[in-house]
Design a protein. Sequence first.
Length: 122
Amino acid sequence: MPQYYAQNPTIFTPRMSLIASITNAVNAVVTTTATHGLISGTIVRLVVPPEFGMQQINNQVSTIVVLTTTSFQTGINSTAYDPYVVPTPSVQFAACGQVIPVAEQNAMLTAAVQNILPYTAS
């Protein structure tokens, strides 16, 4: 069985969240297992291990609209995708589906709180 590891980059705030469910809808709705801390306009990548189904959405990137503290809407049409199913018995943390924030819309720049690039005066 392949190994899957949580991707938790330290340069982005908020950090990655675990996925509890993803709907099959024109604009897929993702529900996380805990408060995600995201804001509307954040661009996220969805990582889904094969055991959870919905491989068509794996590694897709989308701008989101936050619905609640644990759910958000994507711009991904998942109506024809396989269902997202949490296997039973529950798998360990490292194999869960993940939401990874990767960017935000340029007009916002509200979550960009840390610059890790070194500054060199010319």
